[in-house]
Design a protein around this ligand. Sequence first.
Ligand code: PLP
Length: 396
Amino acid sequence: MRITKRAAAIAPSMTLEITAKAKQMKNQGISVVSFGAGEPDFNTPEPILFAAQQAMEQGFTKYTPASGMPELKQAIAEKLKRENGLEYTADQIVVSNGAKHSLYNVMQAIVEDGDEVIIPAPYWLTYPELVKLCNGVVVSVTTRVENDFKITAEEFEGAITSKTKAIILNSPNNPTGAVYSKEELYSLAEIAIKHNVFVISDEIYEKLIYDGKEHVSIATHSAEMKDLTIIINGMSKAFSMTGWRIGYLAAPLDIVAGINSIQSHETSNPCSVAQAASVAAFHMDDNFIKEMRNVFDDRRIYAINRIRAIKGLDCLVPQGAFYIMVNVSAFYGKTVDGITINGSLSFAKAMLNRGVAVIPGEPFEADDYVRLSYAIDKAEIEIGLDRIEKFANEVL
Ligand code: PLP
C-alpha cells in the first residue's frame, strides 16, 4: 500500500457522495429535490461583502499572524462575552480555515496515540474521522430517541475509562437538531470535571435555535469547566459564509499555544480577506440572523407536519440547526424498483431513483434514519415531500 494506514482508514464523506450524485442527475436534466444541503441557502450579507471588497482595495492581501488578525480575535472575544457570558482574551482565540479545521487542530493538540474520545451518536460524520487521523480511539455512545438523542450524565460516565481524553458535544446538533438545556450540560460538566475529561464543544449552530430554546455553552458552568473546554464555532452557518472558510476556537492558553504552533506550520493564517469580512460580520445587527432563523423555522414546522402525516414516517421535533432525522425503518424489508430496502443506504438509493436525495443515517450510526435538510426553498421541500409521500403510499 502506497498510502498510510491512517489515510486508508478514513471514510470518504458519504454526505458529499450523495449530494454529488444528485447534482450529476440534475446536470443530466433529471428533476431531483436534494435534501442534502449542509449550508444556509442565503447570500452572505452585504456588509460582509463590502468589507471584503474594501480589504482587497486597501491591499489587505498579505499574511496575517498565523492564528488570525488581532481585530478579528478581539471581535470574537467580545462576542463570547456579549452573547455567551464567557471571558476570553484575544490570545485565547485561534482563527482557522473553517470550524472543521479548528476541530482538526484540537485533536492534533490533545489526542495522543490510543487516547479515547467519546462521541455521542448519532454524530456529525467528520468527528470520528478526525479522531482516527490522530491515532485516537473513537468511543461512540448510542443515545436514545426517548431522550431526544442527548447523552446523559450516566451514559457519559459509563463510557469513561483511564484512557478517556475528551468528549465531543454538539448543541444544537447535526444531525438530530437536539439542543441541550443548561441543566443537562451542567450535569455533563460535573462528570467531565470529576474525571478530568476535556469537552470539545461544537457550537456552530448556536444561532439556529427554535421554540424559545436558549443556547448555553458548557464552559459557563465554572472556572474548572472552562479550563477543560475548547469552544468551536465559525462563520459558516450564522452568517451564511460556508465558502469563506473561517472558523475559530476559544481555549485555555496552554492548548492555544499548542494549536498556534501546529497551525503556523500547517496552513499559516486563514485567508486575510475572509478574516476582514468576518470582522464586519461581528459588527452587524441581528436582523440577518433573525430573518434567516424565521425562514428556517417556518420550513421546519411545515416539514415536520408533512413528515408526520406520511405513512410509515416519523420524526422528533428538532429544536436547532436545519436538519430533521426521519425514521424510515417501516420501509425495511420492502423491494422497490429492484432495490431491497434493508437500511438507510438502500432507502436513500431507492429514493434517489424517485427524484429525492436524502442523507442516509448509517454513517452517523443511526441506520433507522435518514437526514433531511430544510436549508432549501420551501417549494422544493413541498415537491420533495410529495414524492416521498407518493413512494410511501405505493410501497407500504
Ligand atoms: N460542525 C458541525 C456540527 C457541522 O455540521 C459543520 C458543517 O457542516 C462544521 C462543524 C464545519 O463547519 P465549517 O468548517 O464550514 O466552519
